[in-house]
Design a protein around this ligand. Sequence first.
Ligand SMILES: *[C@@H]1O[C@H](CO)[C@@H](O)[C@H](O)[C@H]1NC(C)=O
Ligand SMILES: *[C@@H]1O[C@H](CO)[C@@H](O)[C@H](O)[C@H]1NC(C)=O
Ligand SMILES: *[C@@H]1O[C@H](CO)[C@@H](O)[C@H](O)[C@H]1NC(C)=O
Length: 336
Amino acid sequence: MASISLHCVVIGCILLHLAGASPLSDAYPPLWKDCPGQLSDYKVENGKYIINFWHYLERQGAYKILLNETAKYFEKLAPENEQNILWGLPVDHGWQYHTGRLADPTQRTDCGLKSGDHLCISVDSWWADVNFYLSAMPFLAAVDSGIIGIPSDNVTFLPPYKDQMSFCYNVSSCHSSFPEAMKKWNEFYQHLKSDSNSFDDLLKYLWAAHASSLEVVHKNFHNRLKYYSKQEAHFERNWALFVDYLAPPLFPSTLIRTHNFLKGLPTRVLLSGDRVPFISDFTAFQKSVLLALNLLHKVHVYTGTLSFIVWENLMKFKVARKLFLEILEFILHVFD
Ligand SMILES: *[C@@H]1O[C@H](CO)[C@@H](O)[C@H](O)[C@H]1NC(C)=O
Ligand SMILES: *[C@@H]1O[C@H](CO)[C@@H](O)[C@H](O)[C@H]1NC(C)=O
Ligand SMILES: *[C@@H]1O[C@H](CO)[C@@H](O)[C@H](O)[C@H]1NC(C)=O
């Protein structure tokens, strides 16, 4: 009963929401229209397209091409590619940019500062490094799977100024450095291309690939946390944990949903003076989310990660999964 009445409330909210809906472009990441939309917008050298993943427009441009080339697989679900589940990635990256999280946290350079080189993405930023694996790999695996329509050897990335060994620069070197993650992203595209799959199936492959990229990151970039305030470092840790918990329910990372979801996240880098939840420039929603993330981390540690295993198993039940997603949707619309 409880589930049925909640269901009705949720549907009501969604209808209300749609009635007053703003244009989809409001949900696009910052500067989306200025990003390259096709490969021919990038530089070519020796027959290869050169992409600088340490420049905001160029990194977002890779997503933009990816969204464009995969639009046809989602067009039957909603107009304007809104239901494309790859939207989650550029929208999240846009939030990182907008909130100053791609800037140099060591403050030795003006890379990424609003007042400085604002389109620069710093290799010292934990967020930028994590996102590299969630942008470069999905993009190269798409090239490799024939989604982008160019030969695999025709694209290469510029290296960052340091820690070059932690990244990869073309299809073959990413395969050899990060075989598991590349394999998982390839599997996602193979399923996308085959007609015989449900939306939930696609989400399963997407989240498996996502988790596989993050596994690499968790190992490689711990040393970045020291550049941040204790508060921001805890938020990074809690956020990464939360994303692990979002995978089993297969959060549908479509455009509007992800956009609404990100409204709950801090609008700037947390400082050492910030005391959660008493941060005056954050909304009630944002403060609640920070508290909830802290709580999740406490439970996770207290139960010795058993909570995750229980969660994973619970989410294998379709009813539980649907209920969780509906509650989440409900919360998002209440705060919207
Ligand atoms: C891409 O690859 C093909 C064949 O390998 C080559 O002829 C072409 O010049 C390459 N470069 C670009 C930018 O398309
Ligand atoms: C993809 O990009 C091309 C070229 O920029 C554009 O003409 C086309 O409308 C785009 N397709 C979708 C589905 O956005
Ligand atoms: C890919 O990158 C590696 C080094 O990062 C390089 O040795 C190799 O020649 C590149 N392969 C292609 C096809 O560009």
